[in-house]
Ligand binder design. Sequence first.
Ligand SMILES: CC(C)[C@H](C(=O)O)[C@@H](O)C(=O)O
Ligand code: SF4
Length: 416
Amino acid sequence: MEQTIVEKIFSRRCKKDVFAGEVVMAPVDGAMMHDITGPLAIEKFYEMGGTKVFDPKKVIMLFDHQTPADSLNAAENQKKMRAFGKEQGILNYDIKEGVCHQVTLEKGRVCPGDIVIGGDSHTCTYGAVGAFATGVGSTDLGFALRYGCLYFRVPESIRADITGKFAKRVGAKDLILKIIKEITVDGATYKAVEFTGDTVSSMPMPGRMTCCNMAIEMGGKAGIVPPDQITTEYLKGRTSCPPIDLTSDDGASYLSRMEFDVGDLVPQVAVPHNVDQVVDVDKIAGTPVDQVFIGSCTNGRFEDMQEVAEVLGDRSFSDNVRVLVIPASKPEYLKTLRAGIIERFVEAGALVEAPCCGPCMGGSFGLIASGEVSFSTSNRNFKGRQGSTEGKVYLGSAATAAATAINGVITDPREV
Ligand SMILES: CC(C)[C@H](C(=O)O)[C@@H](O)C(=O)O
Ligand code: SF4
């Protein structure tokens, strides 16, 4: 019987043909843990009688959410994880590398066809390299650390066929916001969203990461892009993955198939307080903002920084806006630095911080007060997401964030 890419991955790893709807115990090829959910997973691991993790080489450990430790509690959690990493022989990237999902991919910890879990909902980002990757709770993570496997219900797939060429200043973030608007915040609950079509097959890795990252914002269990030459190029020099041919069969069964043409797509913005409340930028252009955050696992890569720099040119950011820029990882930070872009941002009035989650989830620094408005390149705008429950968060691309930071009001990046 013909299979989707996700069914193929589970069949390969379970060594038998499996299809959507089946519950299987599957081996995990990677387990990511960070400073927020890691400590509880460790507790669960011990509670289940664990002494040695299933394979220290398959555990990815780092701290990114509350870094450098912003409270005594965070410091204690990180201390606990450092000790566990040491005891178990796990390579711990600690606070030095940046946001978990960016780091996991750029360190070559995920191969096409892998099954990877992480104690974080945006683990679905790794679908960008053709892996099945999903966020799990700390109990599941603790179980996987102990046994190296986990129960999964093989998800049905929704296929998003995307065609056409993006207009200038329009890209992957606008596309995924448009898709979320169509599917809604729970329209893909426990489903895999497969991104295909000529727009995706020619999309560079950063855009694929942005799309897969936000699969969870539709309730998706996973997002996935069929691995191809772009994937191979990305993985080169990072890791050596066994060759694998992974595409869905023509007759594979999908829950639904959707088509999107990006040719006439305009910049999209998610307005408070849900990610599927998406409008064309002109509908809310002129809305004053207090803070602009450019960063996160969704849009904190060099390409995003480069686009901000292009939109900015030799101007300054608005005096009425606090502009926080946080490259997602050390290599992305260094690339931005070496291109002279960080210097430009600082001159223009931004505060550039070292790689971490920053204000993305309002757990660390850069919070907004009641009545304040944030424009953010991240992935969530729930009430209270970036500070006060009386604040508002708008989401959009790096280009739209840049234009907004220049004018101090939400601005169409094609018009600056
Ligand atoms: C802290 C963590 C559990 C959380 C997640 O799972 O996504 C965070 O990364 C987020 O973006 O809200
Ligand atoms: S950058 Fe934001 S969305 Fe990504 S892992 Fe950190 S808190 Fe979660």
